[in-house]
Design a protein around this ligand. Structure first.
Ligand SMILES: [Zn+2]
Length: 446
């Protein structure tokens, strides 16, 4: 099967030819564990999970690595804010992340390395970079010297002056050039850190991924993935570190980046404050609905998040479940469906093929129902039996909430405040807050 991928590095569609067809190797940047993930963070998890499921169907072996960033300034700041020690914070957040990923039917990667468990590997690379004159020590810090690498900027296409004008690089008087980035920095006593020949300190963010990808996938591997916002500086810097330390012409053969999830045309992000955590979304919709919604847009395009679109996804999934009732998964996958995925992982096209199969089933073609059930698993959809799906109690839909609210209003009218409060508490327990206005009751998710 010919698989086409849009390579961010070459900015063109390329045929996917693995370095070793016996073992396709994929690395994706995982979460920084300081808080619950939001729906925007869920997108790369789901997209690359589908890529891996698809490749596992095509190739004899796929090794998938998704790291966990458990040392970072954001974590230090959050632990102070919460008055919680760092290990407790990261442990709790990793557990919540694992739970969320499971709810979204994201399979566990082959390796999920933690940054804090790979400090010696990072220090080794930093040492090599200094020896190779790609990095320098400056007052307890080690910086990568971007001018030491002539190809620096080739992934993002950013010119050094643009990076500085756009203030995308941190200005620091210890740097020789403003574009240089930190590999190691000092930690205060009592702060998270490790002893090293550069002093007590901690690694920069970028160096983690160079160290962990090499450990589990080797100096060069097939696909490196992540969100669009990681192209610069994170991925640019990963390439610089890996290629200069390992003396290789490339780090990953193909670079894949997913687009943003937006809310009212603004990127969903922690800093914008317009985010919905996966946990909150899961109170109203099952993980499979969220997954369907994310896969119904092409991974490189922005998609707008709304509860209305989740409602539509729920109805669409209901249709697919109705047409696959009673079928068990087998190894027959629909060819048109596979061919859609082979075109730069075109999941919306693959999903529309599933709906075609559903239509054919409704016309009496039983084979189509079978193909629908078996093919869906590559997208991580139709994970339960149809009867289980339709009896699921944990899906809170708007209709149900509205019914509960009118029941409560009726109780208030009849001065049954005990019942009214009971319903309010019930709503609260599923994450719905209500506010009584003059003529109506408004509700929102907490
Ligand atoms: Zn990374």
């Amino acid at each position: 099967m010919n698989i086409e991928i849009f390579n961010t590095y070459s900015k063109t569609y390329e045929n996917f030819i693995p370095i070793d067809s016996e073992n396709v190797r994929i690395y994706v940047c995982g979460p920084t564990v300081y808080d619950f993930i939001h729906v925007g963070n869920a997108r790369p998890l789901i997209i690359f999970d589908v890529l891996v499921r698809f490749f596992k169907f095509i190739y004899p072996k796929v090794t998938y690595v998704r790291n966990i960033t458990d040392v970072d300034d954001k974590i230090i700041i959050q632990s102070k804010k919460n008055n919680e020690n760092i290990t407790d914070l990261t442990k709790r957040t990793i557990e919540a992340f694992t739970e969320d990923a499971k709810s979204l039917h994201v399979l566990t990667p082959d390796h999920e390395p933690k940054a804090t468990e790979h400090i010696p590997e990072m220090l080794k690379i930093i040492k090599t970079l200094i020896e190779n004159k790609n990095a320098y020590y400056s007052n307890k810090h080690v910086f990568f010297s971007v001018s030491s690498m002539s190809e620096y900027g080739s992934l993002s296409g950013m010119k050094l002056d643009e990076m500085i004008d756009g203030a995308r690089v941190e200005v620091n008087s210890l740097k020789k050039e403003p574009g240089d980035f930190v590999l190691w920095k000092p930690s205060e006593k009592g702060e998270m850190g490790w002893e090293s020949e550069f002093g007590y300190g901690r690694p920069g963010w970028h160096i983690e991924c160079s160290a962990m990808s090499e450990k589990f996938l080797g100096k060069q591997f097939d696909i490196h993935g992540g969100g669009l916002d990681l192209i610069f500086p994170h991925h640019e810097n990963e390439i610089a570190q890996s290629c200069c330390a390992f003396e290789t012409p490339f780090m990953a053969k193909y670079w894949m980046h997913n687009g943003y999830i937006t809310v009212n045309n603004e990127k969903m992000s922690k800093s914008e404050g317009n985010f919905i955590t996966v946990r909150d979304a899961l109170r109203r919709f099952s993980g499979e609905v969220i997954r369907y919604s994310i896969l119904s847009g092409h991974y490189r395009s922005p998609i707008n998040f709304s509860f209305e679109s989740l409602n539509e996804s729920k109805s669409a999934l209901d249709r697919l479940y109705r047409c696959s009732e009673g079928f068990e998964i087998d190894n027959n996958i629909d060819q048109e469906f596979l061919s859609a995925l082979s075109k730069d992982l075109n999941t919306p096209l693959a999903i529309s093929r599933l709906h075609e199969l559903a239509k054919e089933f409704n016309k009496g073609n039983r084979l189509s129902g079978q193909l629908l059930k078996s093919s869906s698993r590559i997208l991580g959809l139709l994970n339960v039996s149809s009867s289980e799906w339709f009896t699921k109690k944990d899906q809170i839909d708007e209709e149900k909430i509205n019914n509960m609210i009118s029941e409560r209003n009726k109780a208030r009218k009849e001065k049954d405040f005990h019942l009214a409060d009971k319903i309010r508490d019930e709503l609260k327990s599923i994450g719905v807050s209500i506010e009584d206005k003059e003529n109506e009751t408004k509700w929102r998710l907490d």
